[in-house]
Design a protein. Structure first.
Lengths: 113, 111
């Protein structure tokens, strides 16, 4: 069975500081991994996706994530937080096309001016 | 704009009633997924359809049902509504690149 654990339901950073949102997964097969962002009153939007190519994945809005198989992790980072990054972030895992996505419980990011 | 359209955006109804939520997937996407998002439960997977057939079932109550039509749009039917059913309901669609594209959601308020 697959599952996703997001450590920290709330993360606060100062504007300009490093953003680090943690995601650990469990999967019996090589996984597809995703980060989605949800702004207030909106649907989820794909930030980035890992599909067994490069382990460092670059996404939109300056975010990137590194797949570490040995740690079963897929943490999301951004070097410098911006006020517009304040949102809910979800990590998800899938076994492949047509299969169910398993979402984490989400991390709410607050950016302090 | 994700290309996934959900209607209505807001729905207010009373306990015991029945409602239908509609989802139009991106053009050509064969898979449709339904999710429920509430403050206490987070994002919960309800059900998935692929080209008209049920593909996977998650935490969907027996009072809820869904279907996907030949034109690939999908409907989620919620009946005997309870206060606890108040939530955001999202639809997502995907094609063979295995990315789910989410609609803007339907906010259901049960009074």
């Amino acid at each position: 069975a697959q599952s996703v654990t997001q450590l920290g339901s709330h993360v606060s950073v100062s504007e300009g500081a490093l953003v680090l949102l943690r995601c650990n997964y469990s999967s019996s097969v090589p996984p597809y991994l995703f980060w989605y962002v949800q702004y207030p009153n909106q649907g989820l939007q794909l930030l980035l996706k890992y599909t067994s190519a490069a382990t460092l994945v670059k996404g939109i809005n300056g975010f990137e994530a590194e797949f570490k198989k040995s740690e079963t992790s897929f943490h999301l980072t951004k070097p410098s937080a911006h006020m517009r990054d304040a949102a809910e972030y979800f990590c998800a895992v899938s076994e492949g096309f047509g299969n169910q996505f398993y979402f984490g419980t989400g991390t709410s990011l607050t950016v302090i001016p | 704009d994700s290309g996934v359209t959900q209607t209505p955006k807001h729905l207010i109804t009373a306990t015991g009633q029945r409602v239908t939520l509609r989802c139009s997937p991106r053009s050509g996407d064969l898979s449709v997924y339904w999710y429920q998002q509430s403050l206490d439960q987070g994002l919960q997977f309800l059900i998935q359809y692929y080209n008209g057939e049920e593909r996977a079932k998650g935490n969907i109550l027996e009072r809820f049902s869904a279907q996907q039509f030949p034109d690939l749009h999908s409907e989620l039917n919620l009946s005997s509504l309870e206060l606890g059913d108040s939530a955001l309901y999202f639809c997502a669609s995907s094609a063979d690149e295995n990315i789910q594209y989410f609609g803007a959601g339907t906010r259901l308020s049960v009074l």
